[in-house]
Design a protein around this ligand. Structure first.
Ligand code: C2O
Ligand code: CU
Length: 483
């Protein structure tokens, strides 16, 4: 099958972000508790999306409200959101509110927290936005295909007093595997993707379009909320000649800092809020390059400076965000739980190198555990998930502090995501982290050990899984019970 390659596309100028993402939720009304209630309907249905410019055709995709990505939902911290999800697909679906600390029944996990929404049915989600930040929503049913075909959208919860900027913009990054007819290649769940790095595509979009330029003004300060909605692609963005400051990760405030090596690194499902001071001269251009895969660097988009100038020196406005109401884990008293990831191609080799007993994953004790549909390739603490209905592999005492000491005994990176909580990333390979960042998804390098800490204050059965959606489907998923 011939596939599109990004550099071969003819590019046309268009304004990124002006298309889909602009719809807003309804007017606030009075909620039960006196907080403002916002209501929106999301209809999941097949549609078409203009991912790549003409002369390529539109791409048959799956849309929320006819768009890819779905509508950008914006609300204020403390408001309540009600979302009526209508399923006009030919298969069951759900919606998960990634990173939002919702009550368990609103978490959108089929079979575990709700029955999947049948074709023609609807389901109403309702929850409070306790945390401000950049979140996103996507199905949790056959995510590897439903998210990939376009079911995804941004959920922005604004602070009551956000830092002053000239523009507050969302970039939903996605990665598509398109055929030469600009159709989504339907080779889902193939063994190679599942056992290696996941489904990497050949076409990268910002807000559902292959961008050409992103217009900026000389002197302007932007808050860019970057969401990695790709199944498997890791991004490492270099804003050529600009110095982004990271002010939030996965929606949670972090002490403002320049990213290591100047690269904004986002594994699948992760978000970064950056402050970007556009200090280029009028009429100039700067290229945003993705350097995540060595030898495979490519241009994502050009920042194109218009004529005229907003200001000469960067503004001295403060950028710090107020903390969200997260319970602080007591590290000294925290209970420690070992969690080991294994399996995948070359996984047995890594386990041996790390001096771990073989877990019997693929190519370990043979292909024993592997199922014909590719599940059983990846394991958490020696077990591979099949579907969402699982016995918990960990039960955490509610209200107590816990440390998950995680070991990536595989040859691949994994963005590990815990539902219902945010956690502090406290140590990597034994060394304390500089920013002790709050995350809901943490990217682990091959062979890396990462410790995360949090208070288990949200009762229920929560998914814990790799957000490379092919790995999740191939067993890298488990349930953590908070009781
Ligand atoms: Cu963004 Cu369990 O998912
Ligand atoms: Cu993974």
């Amino acid at each position: 099958m011939t596939r599109l390659h990004i550099p071969m596309l003819s590019r046309r100028a268009f304004v990124t972000g002006a298309a889909a993402g602009a719809a807003l939720v309804g007017l606030p009304a009075a909620g039960q508790s006196g907080t403002a209630l916002r209501e929106i309907t999301l209809r999941a249905a097949p549609g078409r999306a203009r991912l790549v410019p003409e002369p390529h055709p539109e791409t048959p995709s799956w849309c929320y409200n006819g768009a890819v990505p779905g509508p950008e939902i914006r609300m204020k911290q403390g408001e309540r959101l009600r979302v009526i999800v209508e399923n006009a697909l030919d298969e069951e679906t759900t919606v998960h509110w990634h990173g939002v600390r919702v009550p368990n029944a609103m978490d959108g996990v089929p079979h575990l927290t709700q029955s999947p929404i049948a074709p023609g049915d609807s389901f109403t989600y309702e929850f409070d936005a306790d945390d401000a930040g950049t979140f996103w929503y996507h199905p949790h049913q056959r995510s590897f295909e439903q998210v990939d075909r376009g079911l995804q959208g941004a959920l922005v919860v604004e602070e009551p007093n956000p830092p002053r900027v000239d523009r507050d913009i969302v970039w939903v990054l996605d990665d598509w595997r398109l055929t030469s007819a600009a159709e989504i290649s339907d080779d889902f769940q193939n063994f190679h993707d599942m056992s290696h790095a996941g489904r990497l595509g050949n076409t990268v979009t910002i807000n559902g379009r292959v961008p050409d330029v992103f217009p900026v003004r000389s002197g302007e300060r932007m808050r860019l909320r970057i969401i990695n909605a790709a199944n498997a692609r890791i991004f490492a963005l270099d804003f050529e000649g600009h110095e982004p400051s990271i002010i939030a990760l996965d929606g949670q405030p972090v002490a403002s800092h320049s990213p290591e090596g100047g690269l904004v690194v986002l594994g699948p499902a992760m978000r970064a809020d950056i402050i970007l001071d556009c200090h280029g001269g009028p009429g100039t251009r700067a290229t945003v390059v993705d350097r995540a895969y060595r030898g495979d660097e490519y241009r994502v988009v050009d920042l194109a400076y218009g004529e005229g100038r907003l200001r000469y020196a960067p503004p001295d406005w403060p950028v710090a965000l107020a903390p969200n109401p997260l319970a602080e884990p007591d590290i000294a008293k925290a209970r420690r739980h070992e969690v080991t990831f294994s399996g995948g191609m070359m996984g047995a080799m890594v386990e041996r190198e790390m001096g771990l007993a073989a877990t019997g994953g693929m190519m370990g004790g043979g292909m024993m555990g592997m199922m014909h549909d590719g599940s059983g390739i990846w394991l958490i603490n020696g077990k591979a998930a099949e579907g969402h209905l699982l016995d918990p592999f960990l039960t955490l005492e509610r209200g107590a502090s816990h440390i998950l000491a995680m070991t990536n005994a595989t040859a691949f990176p994994h963005p590990m995501h815990l539902h219902g909580h945010s956690f502090r990333v406290i140590r990597r390979n034994g060394a304390p982290t500089v920013h002790r960042e709050w995350q809901d998804t943490v990217l682990m390098a091959p062979r890396e050990r990462v410790e995360i800490a949090f208070v288990a204050d949200n009762p229920g059965d929560w998914m814990f899984h790799c957000h490379i959606l092919e790995h999740q489907a191939a067993g890298m998923m488990g349930v953590v019970r908070v009781a």
